[in-house]
Design a binder for this molecule. Structure first.
Ligand SMILES: NC(=O)c1ccc[n+]([C@@H]2O[C@H](COP(=O)([O-])OP(=O)(O)OC[C@H]3O[C@@H](n4cnc5c(N)ncnc54)[C@H](OP(=O)(O)O)[C@@H]3O)[C@@H](O)[C@H]2O)c1
Length: 262
């Protein structure tokens, strides 16, 4: 397992799922944590788990789906300071359903959370990384960004994730400091509350084909654990590559690491 001792990592959406697993994996690899989400109780529980691993943690309660929420989060994160690694993981899969039925406000909120908040956090935290000559930015996307037509009923999600990937690759090309990298991570199909939420939806509302696809993932045992996805992310994070689209399957192997299913 790579070591991040002496580094401080921000993980957004750190209260559960892939974000929680990534935060705990980073703590296990020696990093101190800044944990961000809306649910204070979930963040506090993860903060306790980080401390059990001997690392410090700071929690930031913020709603990244509004411009005001992003502004407050940027001020708080700049005040916390010292962030070397950013894992932009928080996202929404909503609104779902036929494109003729979705509310514009919900599409705007998805664009803000899944794209604009990431851009705003990166622009706030990049200058100190450039100044110190080392930094890691990882933006958590989805394999669906590479095959948007396969996710009929999830137009907002694939649109935002494609935008997020464009933001990341363009930012990586803009960064001239070789010690500072920006990469996309596609985490695989992961057993989290996001997957469970889709399975709980009325098939009529989000589309029977889409609903059936997610039920099949679950029933066929295709879901990987958040911990397996986080492990692959950390193995990528130990490399110096930039402007790359990382996947679970393409994670470099390290001694003793378990094989990861795509
Ligand atoms: N699970 C999968 O199969 C899968 C597949 C491909 C990509 N992904 C991506 O992986 C990432 C994590 O997904 P997940 O499955 O772990 O999701 P999850 O279990 O739903 O967790 C999402 C996290 O984001 C936070 N969050 C949501 N809305 C927020 C907001 N407005 N402001 C701040 N934080 C917010 C949530 O906390 P609060 O609700 O407390 O704010 C939670 O901590 C996402 O980028 C997702 O698109 C997941």
């Amino acid at each position: 397992m790579p070591s991040f001792t002496g580094r401080t990592a921000l993980v957004t959406g750190a209260g559960r799922g892939i974000g929680r697993a990534t935060a705990l994996a980073l703590a296990g690899a020696g990093a101190d944590l800044v944990l961000l989400a809306r649910s204070d109780g979930q963040l506090s529980a993860v903060a306790d788990e980080v401390r059990e691993r001997g690392r410090t943690s700071t929690t930031v309660v913020a709603d990244l789906s509004t411009v005001d929420g992003i502004s407050r989060a940027r001020r708080t994160l700049s005040a916390v300071g010292g962030i070397d690694i950013v894992i932009n993981n928080a996202a929404t899969i909503t609104p779902m359903g036929p494109s003729t039925s979705v509310e514009t406000d919900d599409v705007v909120a998805a664009l803000i959370l899944n794209v604009a908040a990431v851009s705003a956090i990166n622009s706030a935290l990049l200058p100190p990384m450039l100044a110190q000559g080392w930094g890691r930015i990882v933006n958590v996307s989805s394999g669906l960004a590479g095959r948007p037509a396969s996710f009929v009923g999830g137009n907002a999600y694939v649109t935002t994730k494609a935008g997020l990937e464009a933001h990341t690759l363009n930012l990586a090309a803009e960064i001239e400091q070789p010690g500072v990298t920006a990469n996309v991570y596609r985490p695989g199909i992961v057993d989290t509350s996001m997957q469970a939420w889709i399975r709980e939806q009325d098939p009529q509302g989000i589309g029977e084909a889409l609903h059936g696809q997610f039920v099949t993932y679950y029933e066929q045992g295709s879901l990987i654990t958040p911990e397996a996805s986080a492990d692959a992310l950390l193995r990528h994070l130990s490399t110096s590559g930039t402007g790359e689209i990382w996947t679970v399957a393409s994670a470099p192997e390290t001694a003793g690491s378990a094989p990861i299913r795509p």
